[in-house]
Design a protein around this ligand. Structure first.
Ligand code: ADP
Ligand code: MG
Length: 458
């Protein structure tokens, strides 16, 4: 007797994907009183939280706690999954009816980030609140913080939102960054030192994935670029000779305890992270130690609570900039888990999202341990151009872990998911990752980054 073949149900099959009605995200706003105070800030009149045990981090039993997140993107979704695994309820505030985190949370407050009723409802539902994107408006975080624990703080997020404040903070911490000039006025534009050319002009706020930037090689080009950027405040950074880019992700608790993941080696394409490689010796150990120490000092000096990512440039060995700046410079910070830390979900004993939950709930932190070499491939919407990617062939490879964010529309450059590859050796992991990349149509890369100086300790 022959049996009909069981169809393979591929995830992320966009043409047929529909969100079932009975699982449609909840969108509701309660009738909480709100008012605007004299400084124009938001005051939330939140009803007292239901009687709960006061010890932070208690979960389960009759005292289910709810952790909230501002923003419903994929980072919020992975935070919600980690929180739910530990028994927390989750609530998301995001205006989008079909946000990745809204889909998986117990509650989705579907309002604007500055909507006072929405913020009041979030505080009524949550015991503590975090954020998953740095551009969450500061007044919203300040208002939330008046009634609930919020981490990271509005102050720390405000610094990460603004490249000028960020660079001033790096200076206070004694961590070198690319030479730069502020461009907020015509006088500043005219006074730019020519040693900054060729350079990159970047808007101080709202830039991401290479957006809000332009390469400029002369004062004339800078003037034109600033016009294109509508004369918003910018920084002009000297373009540095990069050997590689890397990042450090750490978690810092309310008590000041800091734990960190190993240094991630990151390859960007078209301004978007494409590949992250994490294994012993991925960058020279002396640079790795310096990067971790710099990231810790940046977090400590902010009195930061939560998960923080610090991005660095490794400069080409022997170049004048490397000699002047010391070989490693900080680029920017993200006050949240980061795309370059997604490998931790499959290659470490705690993921960056597990640690985000712990910092928010006031639970103990332990140093995460990476148990397998790992390579992460970002899955951008481009991969769907000819239909659903060949997940069945990819998942037939050993040590492949597919994460899709439940986004129903793929467009070029949109982050749809990521693929983590783990293995017993670096070489085996790289071989599998290259096979997966070939199946998916992702261009290959060089193991370890190519231009890096040899991995010998100083
Ligand atoms: P975003 O916030 O969009 O990630 P970044 O400041 O990180 O912006 O810049 C995006 C990418 O552009 C970096 O990852 C790096 O590849 C390149 N880049 C940015 N600044 C410099 C610089 N000063 N010198 C050389 N390359 C740079
Ligand atoms: Mg960046």
């Amino acid at each position: 007797m022959s049996t009909a073949p069981v169809p393979v149900l591929l995830p992320g099959n966009l043409p047929n994907a529909q969100w079932p009605d009975h699982l449609a995200p909840i969108a509701h706003v309660g009738d909480h009183q709100v008012s605007t105070n004299s400084e124009g800030g938001i005051s939330l009149h939140t009803p007292p939280a239901p009687q709960r045990e006061s010890r932070p981090g208690t979960m389960g039993g009759e005292h289910q706690m709810t952790l909230g997140v501002m923003g419903g993107g994929q980072l919020g979704r992975m935070f919600a999954h980690a929180a739910q695994r530990m028994g927390y309820f989750t609530a998301v505030l995001d205006p989008d009816a079909s946000s990745p985190a809204g889909h998986v949370s117990h509650s989705h407050v579907q309002t604007d980030y500055l909507d006072e009723a929405g913020l009041a409802l979030l505080t009524a539902q949550c015991d503590a609140i975090t954020t998953e994107f740095e551009n969450v408006p500061a007044p919203a975080l300040e208002a939330l913080a008046k009634v609930r624990p919020v981490a990271p703080s509005a102050d720390a997020v405000a610094i990460a939102q603004d490249r000028a404040l960020e660079k001033a903070h790096f200076g206070r911490c004694g961590v070198p960054c690319a030479p730069y000039a502020l461009i907020e006025t015509v006088a500043q534009l005219r006074a730019v030192d020519t040693s900054l050319f060729p350079g990159i002009v970047k808007t101080t706020r709202m830039g991401y994935d290479g957006k809000g930037q332009a390469s400029v090689d002369s004062p004339t080009a800078l003037t034109l670029a600033w016009e294109h950027l509508h004369y918003v405040p910018c920084v002009l950074e000297k373009k540095l000779p990069l050997a590689a880019e890397c990042s450090v992700i750490l978690a810092r608790g309310r008590d000041g305890q800091v734990v960190n993941f190993p240094v991630q080696l990151n390859l960007h394409r078209d301004g978007i992270l494409a590949v992250t490689q994490v294994f012993e010796g991925n960058i020279p150990s002396v640079l790795a130690q310096r990067a971790v120490a710099a990231a810790k000092s940046i977090a400590n000096d902010l009195n930061y609570v939560g998960v923080l990512c610090v991005e660095f440039f490794v400069l080409q060995e022997g170049s004048p900039d490397a000699l002047a700046l010391g070989g490693l410079v900080v680029n920017e910070i993200a006050p949240r888990p980061h795309n370059s830390g997604h490998y931790s979900m499959d290659a470490c004993d705690s993921s960056q999202f597990d640690l985000q939950v712990r910092t928010l709930a006031g639970l103990p932190l332990t140093q995460p341990r990476q148990h397998s070499p790992a390579i992460m491939l970002n899955l951008l919407g481009d991969l769907w151009a000819k239909g659903t990617p060949a997940w069945d062939a990819v998942l037939a490879l050993p040590g492949t872990h597919l994460h899709l964010y439940g986004k129903l529309k793929a467009s070029p450059g949109r982050k749809m998911g990521h693929l983590n590859i783990t293995g017993t050796t670096i070489e085996a992991t790289q071989a599998t990752a290259l096979q997966a990349a070939q199946l998916l149509g992702i261009a290959p890369w060089v193991l370890g980054g190519g231009n890096l100086p040899p991995a010998t300790p100083a």
